[in-house]
Design a protein around this ligand. Structure first.
Ligand code: DX5
Ligand code: ZN
Length: 223
């Protein structure tokens, strides 16, 4: 069983307290900062662009978990400033050329994750399992924080665990993203999830003074 890791969803943080937030995350050894890059086309929201990523790298060395919710990312990867220590999630639904998109990530040396939306069936993964390091299983329709889990995705996580086991692909990392409360984390851990995107459903509840407690609460649920 892989060690559970927390990926803090920075779209939920407020810029006013960014330095204090990062300090708490470093103290609490948060493993990744989840960056939702949104183009307003693939998802109905715009956010966390290239300049934000550049500034964040000056603030901390916590690796980034770049969730690219953009159309045809394979043509835009060089814009982003991807580093070897990053995770990059690209969406199956964002291009007609999925395998070429994954191939183009190779030159960056980052971990390659394929993200799939709630209605996208697991079998789309069949032909690309050899090209990915992980899967970002969206538990909500992507683009906004504060949403409620799409209930069918819990069963989907269980099915995905069997799908990977049947193909001896237990090495593929499972990340879960969207409304990950401690309760949902506890359930999804059982289905093989090891990276938990923590947003308004966990870390970012209340104010910055509450973050340390919220992190500890989530850690207990997913350990
Ligand atoms: C969803 C985003 C996530 C996440 C935020 O599009 O990718 O970052 O939902 O966390 P919650 O759902 O807990 O507010
Ligand atoms: Zn995300």
């Amino acid at each position: 069983m892989r060690k559970s890791e927390i990926s803090a969803s920075m779209m939920c943080s407020d810029l006013v307290n960014l330095k204090q937030t990062i300090h708490i995350f470093e103290e609490q050894k948060i493993e990744y900062l989840h960056i939702d890059v949104m183009d307003g086309e693939f998802v109905p929201n715009i956010g966390l662009g290239v300049d934000y990523i550049k500034s964040l790298r000056k603030l901390t060395s916590i690796p980034l978990d770049l969730h690219l919710m953009i159309r045809e990312p394979e043509y835009k990867l060089s814009w982003i400033g991807i580093e070897k220590t990053d995770i990059v999630s690209v969406h199956y639904e964002s291009t007609y050329q999925v395998q070429r998109m994954l191939d183009r990530l190779n030159s960056f040396g980052c971990k390659k994750f394929l993200a799939i939306n709630p209605a996208t069936p697991i079998w789309v993964l069949e032909e690309v399992l050899d090209y990915i390091d992980g899967i970002n299983l969206l538990m909500v329709n992507p683009g906004f924080a504060g949403q409620r889990i799409v209930t069918s995705t819990i069963k989907k996580a269980e099915k995905l665990q069997h799908f990977l086991q049947e193909r001896n692909k237990g090495n593929i990392i499972l990340q879960v993203d969207g409304n990950i409360t401690p309760e949902h984390g506890l359930i999804l851990k059982k289905y093989g999830a090891s990276i938990f995107v923590a947003g308004t459903s966990s870390i970012f509840r209340g104010n910055v003074e509450d973050y340390e407690h919220n992190i500890k609460e989530l850690r207990v649920a997913i350990e």
